[in-house]
Ligand binder design. Structure first.
Ligand SMILES: NC(=O)C1=CN([C@@H]2O[C@H](COP(=O)(O)OP(=O)(O)OC[C@H]3O[C@@H](n4cnc5c(N)ncnc54)[C@H](OP(=O)(O)O)[C@@H]3O)[C@@H](O)[C@H]2O)C=CC1
Ligand SMILES: O=C(O)[C@@H]1CCC=N1
Length: 272
């Protein structure tokens, strides 16, 4: 990445996380540029990361090696079609938009090398995880550029099939929100059980952090770690039995199925 030049189209939450990760990894500010219609957004990323920003997308991509499409899925068609006349054949397009297929992007962009990926918001703390899929036009060097871009903000995992990105979106793209929901619910339950909100929130947050760190660091799987907390006839068993009686696993499967289905549905609705 030492000489790679990157343009971000859309400078919102995910773009800012990726830019922050790249800068922390040592990329020079002159290697990164971003475009966004919002003057405030442009001023913010410019001030935070020292990069040049543009109101015009076509101007932002001039002379870059990698173009990261970081706009909402609903804006992708218009953005791709407006960029198409200005694209150079060697420029790698990396899309982070949920539910927009490579086939749709090819229709809008032409035969451009495309990597489609799904990061997540912990990228902000360089603790993200991404799934990546490359089209046949992507060279080994471009694959490496995409790998380095996403691994600047966490773990980057390549997928064999593009369709698997629907599942990645369901598990890890949307996943931070599920853990936040659990933290919210555990905090509220702690308050009902007599704790102050501040104490309940700290207990829930630090427990989520500690459990995640244990799961990552441990040689054994999550089921074994759970068993080690669960003393026979004790408090954890009482809670786990209550979760399972309420259909916890089936509910999680249903929720992630809904997310994956929505990802595929968005491809149908927004991909034409
Ligand atoms: N948030 C998440 O957890 C994740 C999001 N994603 C994907 O990342 C993408 C971006 O999401 P996120 O960063 O959350 O969204 P944001 O809304 O924060 O960022 C998108 C930015 O693009 C700008 N924009 C809108 N139209 C254009 C245009 N024509 N040209 C250039 N910029 C434009 C928006 O400006 P304005 O607000 O003025 O419209 C906004 O600043 C989405 O496609 C989403 O599916 C992927 C993984 C996780
Ligand atoms: O909710 C969404 O559609 C996006 C994609 C993954 C996370 N946020």
């Amino acid at each position: 990445m030492s000489n790679t030049r990157i343009a971000f189209i859309g400078a919102g939450n995910m773009a800012a996380s990726l830019i922050g990760g790249l800068r922390a990894k040592g990329l020079d500010a002159t290697q990164i540029r971003a475009s966004d219609p919002g003057a405030d957004t442009r001023a913010r990323v410019s001030a935070e990361h020292g990069i040049e920003t543009f109101a015009d997308n076509a101007e932002a991509i001039q002379g870059v090696d990698v173009i990261v499409l970081a706009v909402k899925p609903q804006a992708m068609k218009a953005v791709c079609e407006s960029l198409c006349p200005s694209l150079q054949p060697h420029q790698l397009v990396v899309s982070i938009a949920a539910g927009i297929t490579c086939a749709s992007m090819k229709n809008w962009l032409g035969a451009q090398p495309i990597v489609r990926c799904m990061p997540n918001t912990p990228a902000l703390l360089r603790q993200g995880v991404s799934g990546l899929y490359a089209t046949a036009e992507v060279s080994a060097e471009q694959r490496d550029q995409a790998q380095q871009l996403l691994s600047a903000v966490g773990i980057a995992l390549w997928l064999e099939q593009e369709q698997q990105l629907d599942a990645v979106t369901a598990v890890s793209g949307s996943g931070p929100a599920y853990f936040f929901l659990l933290i919210e619910a555990m905090t509220a339950a702690g308050v009902k059980l007599g704790l102050s909100r501040d104490i309940a929130e700290q207990l829930a947050e630090q427990t989520a952090l500690g459990a995640a760190k244990m799961a990552v660091a441990s040689d054994v799987d999550a089921a074994e770690l759970r068993r080690r907390v669960t003393s026979p006839g004790g408090t954890t068993q009482a809670a786990i039995e209550s979760f399972q009686a309420g259909g916890f696993e089936a509910l999680v499967e249903k929720a992630l199925g809904a997310a994956a289905h929505r990802s595929a549905e968005m491809a149908e609705q927004l991909g034409k």
